[in-house]
Structure formats: C-alpha cells, structure tokens
Design a protein around this ligand. Structure first.
Ligand SMILES: Nc1ncnc2c1ncn2[C@@H]1O[C@H](COP(=O)(O)OP(=O)(O)OP(=O)(O)O)[C@@H](O)[C@H]1O
Ligand SMILES: [Mg+2]
Length: 252
C-alpha cells in the first residue's frame, strides 16, 4: 500500500554558512509521484535545498520530513538507512570511480544490502538494461560517453527502487542530445512511479516539467504548484492564485 504522506516536507528551513544564508525560511512539499524542477540563479540555494532534501546536510533551522520521517529525530545510523532505502542521488559530475566497469559500479551500490555477489550483479545488470546500457556492462568510465556515464549513475541511483530521486543538474555536463536522453529517462522513471526532483539551469528542460520551483536568495520565490510565492509568511496569498500555471520564464 502506498503511504499517503508527502515524500518531502520542508517547513521554515534555513541553512546558514557563517554569515551566508544559503536557505532562508524555505517551504516545500513534494507529493508522491511528482516530477519537479528547481531553478534559480547560481548561489540561490538549489544544491543546498537538494542536499537537505537528501539528508546529506542538516538545516540550521526548520523541520525536514522525508517519507514521513522527521529527519532531526533520527540517529546517524537511522538516517543512513533512510537514505539507502528511500533516496537516489544523481550529480552533474557522475561520481563514477575510475577503472571500475559499469556493472560493478552499479552493483557496488548494494554492497551493504545483505545480498550475494551474484544477486547484486543480476540486479545491476537489470538496472543497466533499464537505462539502455545492456551493451556497455563491462565498459569503464573512460570507455563511456558523458551521457552513458550519467545513465550508469542513474542506474545506480534507482537500483533499490527508491521512492525519491534527487538530481543536481544531471544534464549540466552533457551536450543537448545526451541531455535529452537523460531527461527522457527521468521522465520514464517518473511515469513508473518514482518521485523526481531535478535542479536545472536549462529553460527548455524546466519548461518540460510539470512543476517548477524557483529559488532566489535562498527563498522559494515562485512555485508553479501553488501559483505564486510559497514562503510561510505569504502562504495565504497563494490560495487565490492556485491554478495559475502561467510560466513567467526561468530564472537563470
Ligand atoms: N559548504 C558551504 N560552505 C560555505 N558556503 C556555502 C557552502 N555551500 C553553499 N554555500 C553558499 O550558499 C549559497 C548557496 O549555494 P548553493 O550551492 O546551494 O547554490 P546553487 O543555487 O546550487 O548554485 P549553482 O547554480 O551555482 O550550483 C552560496 O552563496 C554558496 O556560496
Ligand atoms: Mg548547485
């Protein structure tokens, strides 16, 4: 049975680094099965937001719930388990170890899952076939194109079928054609039920996504799901604008 609480719930989340407010009172609810884009100028807090959603960083203030769990109440061990079971990550720079064939790169994601080596490799092969790389199982990163490397990274991220996939500029290092293949893959995963959050600088990509959240100076400046400003202080003002899905350009 699918639980009915949101996959992600951020309330009044702030993150400061010394004098820098990377995030200031950010509010965001992501429902199960959504596909949303996070856009905004460089330094606006997009990666910080994604890292907090992924429990890779803890907020300075505010509450974070992932898949119904209040992150602040979890021990490091429980947090690692939540991350392993519920969240897949994809980064602009692929994060693939040099010299390691694709099959092993993906299978290693299950090292601590208690599964046998054979099982891990079987599941990895299936995941690589799912991203269209059945013919590149034994290629090392330097024998793969950028787009293929990103597809290996996506196969690894979705291996355990996490309900939430977080992608930080997954097409940022790719040419537009490889980028389109990677985006199509994210759409496919979304259609299969995964909740996908993707940071992008690309206006066309942002325009192709059902929901767009725009950050500016660490705040949620615009959320197409609620129509306009989505910070807590102005939340009531959004009610009248619900349904307004007019796109006003993407801040880059
Ligand atoms: N670990 C850190 N230590 C100090 N400051 C940081 C750290 N991480 C982020 N910041 C600062 O927080 C702000 C937001 O950074 P963040 O990486 O979230 O921006 P971004 O929107 O992802 O930018 P980009 O589009 O360039 O990736 C920036 O001013 C950045 O310099
Ligand atoms: Mg970033």
């Amino acid at each position: 049975m699918t639980p009915n609480w949101p996959v992600v719930e951020l309330a009044g989340v702030s993150k400061t680094y010394g004098a820098v407010a990377a995030l200031a009172d950010a509010e965001l609810v992501v429902e199960r099965g959504e596909l949303l884009g996070i856009v905004g100028p460089s330094g606006s807090g997009k990666s910080t937001l994604l890292n907090i959603m992924g429990t890779l960083a803890r907020p300075t203030a505010g509450t974070v719930r992932i898949d119904g769990h209040a992150v602040a109440e979890l021990s490091d061990r429980e947090l690692s388990a939540l991350r392993a079971q519920s969240i897949g990550f994809v980064f602009q720079s692929f994060h693939l170890a040099p010299g390691v064939p694709a099959l092993d790169s993906v299978a290693d994601g299950l090292l601590y899952s208690g599964r046998s080596r054979g099982e891990r490799r079987g599941l990895a092969e299936r995941a690589l076939r799912r991203v269209g790389l059945g013919h590149r199982l034994h290629n090392e990163p330097h024998q793969l194109s950028g787009g293929e490397k990103q597809r290996v990274a996506i196969a690894r991220a979705v291996l355990g079928d996490p309900p939430l996939l977080l992608a930080d500029e997954p097409t940022g290092a790719l040419d537009s054609k490889s980028g389109a293949v990677v985006m199509e893959l994210l759409h496919e995963l979304h259609r299969a039920g995964t909740t996908v959050v993707v940071i992008t600088h690309d206006r066309d990509i942002a325009a192709s996504l059902p929901r767009e959240v725009r950050l500016k100076d660490g705040r949620v400046e615009h959320d197409s799901a609620t129509g306009t400003y989505a910070t807590r202080t102005t939340a009531t003002a959004t009610a009248t604008a619900t349904g307004d899905r007019v796109r006003r350009g993407v801040g880059v």
